[in-house]
Design a protein around this ligand. Structure first.
Ligand SMILES: [Zn+2]
Length: 148
């Protein structure tokens, strides 16, 4: 039987934005609320790159599935993600990644992450935040980018 995905989609929907698709809240989330699990393929490769992959630390990347695949970058992001080790039904330790609200999020707001990319992966940012760095790049890598 095909696994139902409704769980993953509770509270969010994917819709068009000015930079492709994005993820929007369909209800209010209080600060620190878990919005959902980011499922996808775990890849152990320090050099792995894709448009959507999330760096989990060390050599690990996650290639996320919908809906959280479509979380856009924002320099004042309202979400972040964290990894947790959990036990599955068979007692194996599995890595789970959850996206959570870093501040209160209103119904209808677009959810966003700060991608924090290294300088060599940076692309121009169109997030429109007052504090926009101009590039999708990790704040600490910004001086490197300016030196180019
Ligand atoms: Zn920006």
């Amino acid at each position: 039987m095909k696994k139902r995905k409704s769980e993953t989609y509770r509270g969010v929907r994917v819709a068009k934005t000015h930079v492709g698709r994005g993820v929007f809240a369909t209800r209010t989330f209080p600060q620190d609320a878990i919005i959902g699990e980011i499922t996808g393929e775990l890849i152990e490769d320090p050099d792995y790159e894709s448009d959507y992959c999330l760096w989990l630390g060390d050599d690990w990347h996650l290639e996320p599935e919908a809906p959280f695949r479509f979380l856009n970058h924002h320099c004042e992001a309202n979400c972040d993600f964290d990894c947790f080790e959990e036990e599955d039904d068979e007692g194996n330790i599995v890595e789970k990644v959850y996206v959570f609200a870093t501040r209160r999020i209103s119904k209808g707001e677009e959810l966003s992450l700060d991608y924090g990319w290294p300088a060599d992966a940076a692309i121009p940012c169109q997030c429109g935040a007052d504090s926009c760095r101009g590039w999708i790049v990790c704040e600490s890598e910004l001086p490197l980018l300016r030196a180019h």
